[in-house]
Write a protein that binds this ligand. Structure first.
Ligand code: UDP
Ligand code: MG
Length: 140
């Protein structure tokens, strides 16, 4: 297994409920290390670009509005197999289908307000990390 980086967002529902630390704790406990982090409120252009792959989906407009509804914690996590490891810690998109003990099973409010985002491949992780952070903002 190789050392990878992945992009994680604590979404507005998570920050609003004080779950940012809870998310970081769970990622660090499973061997992922924070190498970049920022609290920010996404504007429309940023939210739309982040979710551009879903532009044609019926939920896109509501999803973008939700992502702009409050601050998010944008993070880069690094470690062995980081992309899949983070997806396993997050759980399935729909909390109804998420495995017990995952972040989404424990904390998601709905399929939309599901507390966290995580990159779904190494290729997308590289794109998403470069979208949110300059190289010099990533430690190590
Ligand atoms: N989403 C939604 N309705 C759906 C499917 C997805 O609101 O029916 C939202 C949800 O917030 C999800 C995001 O769109 O996390 C991106 O969807 P994707 O299929 O990429 O899921 P993820 O990679 O986040 O598990
Ligand atoms: Mg996705």
């Amino acid at each position: 297994m190789a050392t990878e980086r992945t992009l994680v967002l604590v979404k507005p529902d998570g920050v609003r409920r004080g779950l940012a630390g809870e998310v970081i704790r769970r990622l660090e406990d499973k061997g992922l290390a924070l190498v970049a982090m920022e609290l920010r409120t996404l504007d429309r252009a940023t939210a739309e670009e982040h979710y551009a792959e879903h532009r044609e989906r019926p939920f896109f407009g509501e999803l973008v509005s939700f992502m702009m509804s409050g601050p998010v914690v944008v993070q880069v996590l690094e470690g062995e197999d980081a992309v899949k490891r983070n997806r396993d810690i997050m759980g399935a998109t729909n909390p109804a289908n998420a495995e017990a003990g995952t972040i989404r099973k424990l904390f998601a409010e709905s399929i939309e307000a599901n507390t966290v985002h995580g990159s779904d491949s190494e290729e997308n992780a590289a794109i998403e990390i470069a979208f949110f952070f300059k190289p010099e903002e990533i430690v190590g």
